[in-house]
Every structure is written in structure tokens, then in C-alpha cells.
Ligand binder design. Sequence first.
Ligand code: UD1
Length: 355
Amino acid sequence: MKIISVVGARPQFVKLAPMARALSSRCRHSVVHTGQHYDPNMSDVFFDELGIPRPDHHLDVGSASHGAQTGRMLDQLERVFAAEHPGAVLVYGDTNSTLAAALAAVKMHIPVMHLEAGLRSFNRAMPEEHNRVMTDHASDLCLAPTELAMHNLANEGLASRSVLVGDVMTDVLFGVRDRVAGTTSPLALEFDGAPFTLATLHRPANTDDPARLEDILRGLQALDGPTLLLAHPRLRAKAAAAGIALDRPGIVTADPAGYPDLIRLLLAADSVVTDSGGLQKEAFLLRRPCVTVRSDTEWTETIDLGWNTLAGDHPAEIAARLANLPRTPTEEAPYGNGTTAARAAEAILSSLQEA
Ligand code: UD1
């Protein structure tokens, strides 16, 4: 049995790391990289630092509009699947690479396995929401990270194809946290032990509207301490085009970090401001208070448990919202205990045996 994992963007490389380990000990596993992310610090660094095997196929699709990018992937993935005859295709999360791979496979009658299925923001303006809804419905097996994701899948008539496995990001996070213990990120040294906020922004809703971007930056400047803003290439490009300075009093920018360095920074930081789904969850798992610069989130458990809050419509209130977070100590583990990859691999292989 050969299973092909298709990845293309940063968070998918992180999720691939434990899945590649779990699957390659039990079946033939190969990796296709669509090339959606291509800068070395958006791609290669994850393969190097997380010990992920080099992709067997690299499609080099690069950046383009949603339709053009997804279409290029679809065309090339179909050829790879035709040549490789996989027994199943495993797709991750909610990017354009996820949708293209699910669509290419389902049309070829290849079983589709979706890791991180069932998340919903119920915001139809988000490209990820289109991608995840369509991918879940094209999938033969929906591997859900949380009880809430299972509930969402059941509401859409997908209960019989769904299984709760936990969140594979927790596996990676706990492993890397233990590995980096006692080491310091060079970027954190800049703050000389003083409290700082770690920030990331990459969602089009935040980066592509100059007035909103300026409001968010002012909201960050109003925080008590300095902010380290890890700037996604999209953020840098959009800010430059709009004549908006990212580096300004109270804000220091740096390029996106590799995963171990991100976790070092998160451990060193006092608080987090982000529009990333992954970072909201990582902040919760390491108990760092987080303000999410969106109007909705798929990871509502982080809010219910008192460690995350939404400031989507009120970027000026980032500081006030951070100050008001309850930060209630909790032993709850809504994202699993770090053993999800083994459970997901088992669920995938047994569903294929039953088919
Ligand atoms: C993509 C995913 C998003 C995910 C994010 C993680 C979609 C629709 N979006 O968003 O769900 O949260 O990845 O980071 O699939 N660029 C570079 N170098 C790169 C990659 C991108 O310069 O290596 C620039 C290009 O200008 C590109 C822009 O960033 O147009 C956006 O990249 P894209 O992959 O389309 O979306 P992300 O915002 O990264």
C-alpha cells in the first residue's frame, strides 16, 4: 500500500513531520510538495529542522491567484497520481494545496484522507473556509482534531466518515518544546529579558486593506512593551505597496521563523497577537495569552478556556483585550496529548483495509 501526502504551505510541513514518521513505519509513504510556499524560510527550513524526508515530487507551482494556483496544482497532481497509483492520498488542513489534492484524487477514485477535518469559522469570505468545507465533502475519511470538529462534521452529514484523532500539531509542539528547552532565540536576546509580545499577521483580511493594517499596527504600538512582528512576505509586500512602515516605535520586525525558533520565541514572549490558527493554539498549549486579530476562530476552545480573545473588529483595543484575559489555570487538553499521529495513521490504515 502506498500513501501519498500532499503539502505545500508552512503549517502543512509541520503536520507532515509526525505523520511521515508514523506512516513510513507501517506502509510506503511518499511526499508531494506543490510549491505553494517556496522561499527557503517558508519551506526548506521546516524540512531541515523537523527531519522531514525530502519530497519525492516538487511541483513548483509558486504564487498566483486562487484559481490559477489551484488549477496548476490540480493538473500536475493528476499526473503524479496517475504515475504513482497511490492507495490513498492524505491532505492536510485548509490551503489551496489541500483542496487541489483532494479534488484531483477524488476524481480519480483514489481514497482521500483529510487530516484536521471539521474545522469551521462559518466565515465564507475566508479562502480557508471554502477549502476545508469542499475538502471534507470530497474525503473518504475525515480525521478530526476536536470534539467540536466532530460535531461540525456530523451537522453536515459526514459523521459516518469521521473519526476523532486529536491534533497532530500538539505532537510536534511538545516534541520541539522539549528539544529547545534551555536555549534562547537570538531574536529574543534583543529584548534583554524584558517582556515582549510576539506577533504575526498574514491573512488577506488584515494585510490587504491599508487602513485596517495601520489600525492593527497602532493597536500593537499601544501595548505596554515592545512587539516582535514576524513578517510574512505577503505582509511585507502589501505594507510596502501601501507605503506603511512596519518597523516603528514599539515594533521590531523579523523574517518568519523556523519552527524551533518560533517555539523558543513563544516561550520567551509574554503574550501573542496573531491571525494564525496554528499560533493561537500553540499559545494556548504553552499558556501564553493571545489576542487573535480576526472576527472568528476555528479554535474556540482557546477562548472558552480563557487564553484567547478576538479583536477582529477592534484592533485599537488589542492592549485592553490582552489585559482583560482571564488566563485561568486549566488542565483541559482539547487538542490531544501529543500522540495523534499514531492514532491518525492507525485510522487511515484500518479504513483502507475495511474498504
Ligand atoms: C497560505 C494559506 C493559509 C495558511 C498560510 C500559512 C491558502 C489560501 N492560504 O496563506 O491558509 O494559513 O498559507 O502561512 O492556501 N509568498 C512569498 N513566498 C512564499 C510564499 C508566499 O513571497 O514562499 C507571498 C506571495 O506574494 C504570495 C503571498 O505570499 O502571493 C501569499 O501566499 P499564499 O500561499 O497564496 O497564501 P498565504 O498567505 O501564505
